[in-house]
Design a binder for this molecule. Structure first.
Ligand code: ADP
Ligand code: MG
Length: 593
């Protein structure tokens, strides 16, 4: 029988004795009471009077429970875990070695000024005011210290809006261009909130579990990402922003030794970054419980809700112990958000704000996009020409469609005397990490990659992205070229086009026009022909007005979204084939373990 109460509000140790006397109502039933509270509020009422302000939801929810006696005092096993005790809003002592490790590679004075006048649309009820500087919102001492150490002088546009929205506990679907600082846009406010609120009952649950020899962890926040590399990158950012705090971030992803990841989890896990497949595995092994996960973030959300991942996301979010929407806070981020995915996303969001940050007018200045007609048989020699024209210390990322194609091209370039490496789904996780490191460090300045590298990876100094093979959908194109021209730097994207790429013609043309790029006349005529051939594909112009997407609720079709009731049907109606967005099935592999 469980002899503890998890339904306690977090109370710092110095106040605990006082509270112990109030523990009368806190007995074995505490566990069930807390769980039932979730279920009944979540299902029946969504927001009872008790919960009508999300700001008080967490607190209110636990008011009726005292602080359990699993607080750890006297249990010597937990002495080592003293990290968890104390006031979570106060910084822990400095550690110069760690500080150096975390922040030495940071950003040096990138100028965001030209991002200032880009259009932003925030739609949804009662949208909180945006901020102009990090000082405009109270994120606490730890976060402010880490922002300074990261040398972020001012928030990027998506941060100006997303930070106050998340701080006011609203759900959010945010669409902002690649390289615009979306990671910090969710990590800063979520971590700040965790520091303010403390670990709450998650701490007791983990400790109590530990008493029985099990070491299940109850993260307070979960960030899901589609690829292992992206998960690692988010984890690294999370380590920065949790420096000098009591929050311990962890990362789990497939392809790496699970035993090691389990051992790392067992040292404590408050913020978990995960790819879905490995997370499901960890949940099934009883290593992770999402019972107290108050913050759920889907990075690259449109990819995460696309068909390859959706069942796993539902398994994690809806079919386990995670608090229901309306109780937990849910945030989704991406550079692209097709309407049909927005409709699907409603299942996970409650009364959300849709944030569309205009694609910077200066995308045109930052990324020069070129499309050249190259027949299949000429691609290699064309590539060699481009590479020989590239400066020595700049990095070039070459995208191909298949894993086999990646291996073959890497081999070819190697034989031609280029220092290159590759990253794709048939390579082991260790090889992939190694390849990424060699590329980042400039040892191998050419990286041949499949779609796995398209999403989210932040590698500074990528000067040139080459689409050796163009992808079949335009979102993938946007993400790929977004690997260059990041945060105010200049970049070039060259795409090889031939008759195989007919299906992307119209969308590619739209993108080029919108970003004020030179459009080859053959592309224009092709798009014209194409449009006439397949005159009514029923596809909306996604990127109108310089946004990666618009809130579908604002459009006429959004108004009668009832028509999209069945989820599979919704997407088919929107005119997509079964494999859109998968880069040739690649991510089916990457998403899973
Ligand atoms: P996105 O997810 O939008 O593609 P990232 O979150 O990967 O972009 O951020 C891109 C880069 O910008 C990262 O190196 C990050 O450290 C940096 N960055 C983020 N916010 C700021 C800021 N406010 N000031 C300076 N650099 C920032
Ligand atoms: Mg990102």
């Amino acid at each position: 029988m469980l002899s503890f109460c998890v339904a306690g509000r977090y109370i710092p140790p110095h106040l605990r004795n006082k509270d112990a006397s109030k523990n009368g109502e806190c007995d074995a039933s505490g566990w069930n009471t807390a769980k039932d509270a979730y279920t009944s509020f979540g299902n029946n009422r969504g927001k009872s009077a008790f919960f009508n302000d999300r700001g008080n939801a967490n607190r209110g929810r636990f008011e009726h429970g005292g602080f359990g006696n699993g607080g750890g005092g006297g249990n010597s096993r937990w002495v080592e875990e003293s990290r968890d005790d104390g006031d979570w809003s106060k910084p822990t002592p400095r550690n110069e070695r760690l500080e150096h490790e975390l922040f030495s590679g940071s950003n040096t004075g990138i100028n965001f000024e030209k991002y200032d006048d880009i259009p932003v649309e925030a739609t949804g009820q009662n949208c909180p005011q945006h901020i102009e500087s990090f000082q405009d919102v109270d994120m606490g001492e730890i976060i402010m210290g880490n922002i300074a150490l990261s040398r972020y002088t001012r928030p990027t546009p998506v941060q100006k809006y997303a930070i106050p929205i998340i701080k006011s506990k609203r759900d959010l679907m945010a669409c902002a261009q690649t390289g615009s600082g979306k990671t910090a846009a969710f990590l800063l406010p979520v971590l700040s909130q965790i520091y303010t609120d403390g670990p709450g009952e998650a701490l007791n649950a983990a400790k109590e579990n530990g008493k029985y020899g099990r070491r299940k962890q109850y993260p307070i926040s979960l960030v899901l990402a589609p690829t292992r590399e992206l998960a690692l990158q988010i984890y690294d950012e999370a380590r920065k922003f949790s420096y000098r705090s009591r929050v311990r971030p962890c990362v789990v992803y497939g392809g790496a030794d699970i035993g090691q990841q389990i051992r790392d989890l067992e040292r404590g896990c408050h913020l978990l970054v995960a790819t879905p497949g490995r997370l499901v595995d960890m949940m099934e092994r009883g290593k992770i419980g999402l019972d107290y996960c108050n913050y759920l973030v889907l990075d690259e959300a449109d990819r995460m809700l696309d068909m390859g991942f959706e069942p796993q996301i539902r398994r994690i979010v809806e079919q386990d112990t995670m608090p229901p929407k309306g109780i937990r806070q849910t945030m989704m981020f991406s550079a692209t958000f097709p309407k049909e995915i927005q409709i699907l996303a409603r299942d996970f969001l409650e009364d959300y704000i849709f944030l569309a940050v205009g694609r910077v007018g200066s995308t045109s200045e930052n990324i020069t996009q070129k499309v050249v007609w190259v027949e299949e048989s000429d691609k290699r020699s064309f590539l060699l020409d481009l590479l020989s024209a590239t400066g020595k210390d700049s990095l070039t990322l070459v995208f191909v469609e298949t894993k086999k194609g990646a291996d073959a091209l890497e081999d070819f370039l190697y034989r031609e005397g280029y220092a290159c490496t590759s990253i794709h789904g048939d390579r082991s996780q260790r090889d992939r990490e190694e390849a990424l490191n060699q590329f980042r460090s400039g040892k191998c300045p050419i990286l041949v990659a499949t779609a796995v590298a398209a999403r989210g990876l932040d590698i500074s100094n990528v000067k040139h992205v080459i689409n050796f093979d163009l992808p079949s959908d335009i979102e993938e194109y946007v993400h790929r070229i977004g690997r260059t021209g990041r945060v105010g730097n200049l970049g070039l994207a060259t795409s090889f086009f031939n008759d195989k790429n007919g299906n992307i013609t119209k969308d590619l043309l739209d993108i080029l026009v919108e970003a004020k790029q030179d459009v080859p006349s053959w592309l224009e005529s092709l798009a014209y022909e194409h449009q006439h051939k397949s005159s009514n594909r029923g596809r909306s112009k996604r990127f109108s007005g310089g946004f990666g997407a618009r809130d579908y609720r604002q459009t006429a079709a959004g108004g009668n979204a009832g028509g999209f009731g069945g989820r599979g049907g919704g997407r088919n109606q929107a005119g997509h084939g079964g494999n859109r967005g998968f880069g040739g099935g690649e991510d089916l592999i990457f998403g899973y373990k």
